[in-house]
Every structure is written in structure tokens, then in C-alpha cells.
Design a binder for this molecule. Structure first.
Ligand SMILES: CC(C)(COP(=O)(O)OP(=O)(O)OC[C@H]1O[C@@H](n2cnc3c(N)ncnc32)[C@H](O)[C@@H]1OP(=O)(O)O)[C@@H](O)C(=O)NCCC(=O)NCCS
Length: 409
């Protein structure tokens, strides 16, 4: 056995696609033949593992920026991870992921994220679930009782000229969360021809607007697809419902609810679960909904880099901390975090003594950085040990934003 792990070449694509089709199901129509000038797709770094020249494992790295603590953080999104059925359990996954992540780190990525088919696959590699992208289905009855807006906010159909305003609404919302993609990189950008017009992915994009003429302001948008039929068994599908004010949320929900005579429910791609509820849902008087979550996992790639990029609460603090996790040696270390003026600096501490400071596992640090779990809960889960005197400050620094993500890859 001669194992080689390297970036995928055009000639590897058929074998890598066969592995992908076996693992994730054969696509209805085969993808077009890869062409040297269009493959790999923009911002995609495909990897393969070969044994004696045969492709035995593959994955793709999606390069994008995502919002964490008020900054756009370079992110390596892992996708299409697959090991040949006969080779599973033989230790191919770790070297393949390690090699792809080493290159990502080299390219400046500070964190890595993925949607697991099963969370346990990635825990040993330093990832932990920090949130979920979910399809939530609302019965029409739950939308029927949404109160009208109190101000002058109203609905209007978007045109191509409105796409810059739609992007601004998305960015206003996303920059206040932990996790959403910046949507600045293909294929996640919101392009006018994909959003509105004859070849659009949606039946319509509805805006919630206030003011008129040159003073009009866009306060929210919903991109929706009508689906087929009118016998109330079907659902209206909504890719994005983003509202910057409660009135904007009410206008958009009421617009969707106006289909009650011809659709049974509205399915919205949203995020946050119940503990970090999508604020647009707070205007719904009825909590009735069913959801299919896709958990989202996070791993840090560069501890000082990721923490040091954050804009945090204006707390002045000096907190020694460490990561001890033999399964992810690249993340291990002892540092001192210094916070002042809403910024954070993280420097290595050569004088650290085991047990002298708050000590995270890789999973614990990922959850804490994301604001997904408090230090108290990390201690219950065994993902944080050591002295607790800085726990409250740590939570104040990292705990203020909810995790949301609205793009699947
Ligand atoms: C997932 C997959 C890539 C893992 O490769 P593998 O060679 O079987 O992985 P390993 O045996 O080295 O196991 C790696 C870890 O995943 C865990 N694991 C493997 N399959 C798992 C499952 N179905 N559920 C939970 N954990 C699982 C192992 O226990 C191991 O954990 P550890 O590191 O804590 O010991 C492979 O099984 C596969 O291709 N499956 C089908 C496609 C798929 O699900 N891909 C993932 C898409 S996100």
C-alpha cells in the first residue's frame, strides 16, 4: 500500500465522483464532464487520497468568509467527505482531513466548518456542533394570527435594481451573528439573475420597505418559491427570510400567510433552534412548527488568529488559558489573552504549568468561541477544566452572539 494524499487532478474526477455518488446517492442527472478551464469550481479545493494510484477517499474544501464576532473570518468549509466503502475504518480520514486543513491554514483560513452526516465522525478531529441550519415548517394557521405592522412598513416585489439593498439587509443581519457566510464569494453570492427575473431560482423576492421614493428603505426580504398545486398539501418554500425590524418580519410573514387558501404550510430555511431563535420568529404568536435540522460544526485552525480577529465587549482583562487535546496537536498550547478596547490579543505563554489556567478541549474552545455553550456547561461536559476564576469574563467576551447559518455546502 502506497498512500498518497494530494490535491485532486482532472483525471481523478470520475473516480472521486463515483465515490461521492456511492456515499451520497447517485444524482438524477450526471454532472457535466469537467473541463480544464472550469474545474475545479471557483473557491473549491478538491482533495483525494490514492492507494497505489487508486482513488480511495476524497473531500472538497470550500473557501469563503464567515462572520464571527463582528469580523469576516476566512473559513475552510469541508464538504463531500467520503472514504471508499471497503476502506472505511482503516484510518484514511484523519490524514486526508489533516492535509487539507494544513493547506487551509497555510492559505490563511482561521476556522473550519462542516455539515456532518454524523457528528461523531468529526469530534476526534477537533470539530463540535455549534448550531444548525434547519428547514422549519410552519402551518398556515400559525401565520394567520401575525399582527399587522404598527408603522408604515409594506411589502413590495423586488427587481434586479433592489439586489444591492437586499445584500445590505443580509449583511446587516449576518454581521451581528456568529456563523453566517459573508456571501461575498461564489457560489454563495446573491446574483440578480439568480434572484429575480425569468431564470431566477425563486418565484419572487418580496421586500419589506418603509418610506417612499428616494427615501425608501429596505428593512427585510423573503425569497420564496411557490411550488406546484393548490390543494393545501404543498408548502411554500422560503430560502431566506431576513428582517431588520419586527414590523418588517410581520409584513413578510403575513405575505407568506396570505397563501393560506392554496398552500398548507410555509417551509423556511432558517437557523438557531429554540435557544438562539431566529429573531424574525419572535413576532409569531404561535410556536407551532416542525423542524429538520442540519447540525453545523466548527473547528478552530489558528487559536491566536481566530480569537485575535474578534471584536468583543469593551472589557479589560488578562486571562491565561490553554488547549489540551492530544487528538488535535495543532491546536494545543498555552496562551495569555489580553482584552482592551473591544479588541483581543493572544500571545503564547512559555511559563504555563499544567493545571494553572482554564483549559479547553478543541471542542470546548470551538463551542465557547462560537458562543454556543457557557463555560459552566463546558465544565459539565468535560470540555473545560482548571481554575474557574476567569469564567465570567470569558463568557462576557465570547458569549454575546447567537450562531446562525443560512447556506448549505
Ligand atoms: C464518514 C466516513 C468518511 C468516515 O471514514 P472512516 O474511514 O469510516 O472513518 P474512521 O473509521 O477513521 O472513523 C473516524 C471517526 O469517525 C467515527 N465514525 C465513523 N462512522 C461514524 C458514524 N456513522 N457515526 C458516528 N461516528 C462515526 C469513528 O468512530 C471515528 O471516531 P474517533 O476518531 O473518535 O475514533 C466514511 O464512513 C464514509 O465515507 N461514509 C459515507 C459518507 C459520509 O457519511 N461522509 C461524511 C459526510 S459529512
Amino acid at each position: 500500500m502506497t498512500l498518497e494524499i494530494r490535491r485532486s487532478r482532472l483525471a481523478d474526477v470520475p473516480a472521486a465522483r463515483r465515490l461521492g455518488a456511492e456515499a451520497f446517492g447517485v444524482p438524477d442527472s450526471p454532472p457535466p464532464e469537467p473541463e480544464p478551464d472550469t474545474w475545479p469550481a471557483a473557491n473549491t479545493r478538491p482533495w483525494v487520497a490514492l492507494d497505489d494510484g487508486e482513488v480511495v477517499a476524497a473531500l472538497g474544501v470550500r473557501a469563503f468568509a464567515s462572520w464571527w464576532h463582528g469580523t469576516r473570518v476566512p473559513t475552510a468549509g469541508l464538504a463531500g467527505v467520503t472514504v471508499a466503502a471497503e476502506r472505511r475504518g482503516s484510518g484514511l480520514l484523519r490524514p486526508l482531513v489533516d492535509t487539507a486543513l494544513a493547506e487551509a491554514r497555510e492559505a490563511g483560513d482561521l476556522v473550519s466548518t462542516l455539515y456532518p452526516s454524523s457528528a461523531g465522525i468529526y469530534r476526534g478531529l477537533g470539530y463540535e456542533v455549534v448550531g444548525a441550519f434547519e428547514d422549519v415548517r410552519f402551518p398556515m394557521a400559525a401565520l394567520a394570527a401575525v399582527r399587522p405592522p404598527t408603522g408604515d412598513v409594506r411589502a413590495r416585489r423586488a427587481t434586479a435594481a433592489d439586489v444591492p439593498a437586499v445584500r445590505r439587509v443580509y449583511e446587516d443581519w449576518a454581521s451581528a451573528q456568529n456563523g453566517p457566510l459573508s456571501r461575498a464569494e461564489a457560489p454563495f453570492t446573491m446574483e440578480p439573475d439568480e434572484m429575480v427575473g425569468p431564470d431566477a431560482e425563486y418565484t419572487g423576492v418580496t421586500l419589506a420597505v418603509t418610506g417612499a421614493g428616494p427615501d425608501e428603505r429596505v428593512l427585510g426580504f423573503a425569497s420564496w418559491s411557490r411550488g406546484a398545486g393548490y390543494d393545501r398539501t404543498n408548502a411554500l418554500e422560503v430560502d431566506d427570510l431576513v428582517a431588520l425590524t419586527p414590523d418588517a418580519a410581520r409584513v413578510l410573514w403575513r405575505l407568506l400567510g396570505s397563501f393560506a387558501a392554496v398552500a398548507g404550510s410555509v417551509q423556511v430555511s432558517t437557523s438557531g433552534g429554540w435557544s438562539g431563535l431566529d429573531p424574525a420568529r419572535l413576532v409569531l404568536p404561535d410556536h407551532a412548527a416542525s423542524s429538520e435540522p442540519r447540525p453545523y460544526m466548527l473547528r478552530l485552525l489558528d487559536v491566536p488568529g481566530a480569537l485575535g480577529a474578534a471584536v468583543v465587549a469593551p472589557v479589560t482583562a488578562r486571562v491565561p488559558f490553554a488547549v489540551v487535546d492530544p487528538r488535535t496537536p495543532d491546536l494545543e498550547g498555552a496562551w495569555v489573552l489580553e482584552a482592551a478596547g473591544a479588541r483581543v490579543g493572544v500571545t503564547p505563554d512559555d511559563g504555563a504549568v499544567p493545571g494553572d489556567r482554564m483549559t479547553f478541549t478543541s471542542a470546548g474552545l470551538a463551542q465557547s468561541y462560537a458562543g454556543a455553550q457557557s463555560t459552566a456547561n463546558l465544565r459539565l461536559a468535560g470540555d473545560l477544566t482548571g481554575p474557574a476564576r476567569h469564567d465570567a469574563v470569558w463568557d462576557a467576551l465570547w458569549g454575546g452572539r447567537q450562531v446562525h447559518v443560512r447556506d448549505y455546502f
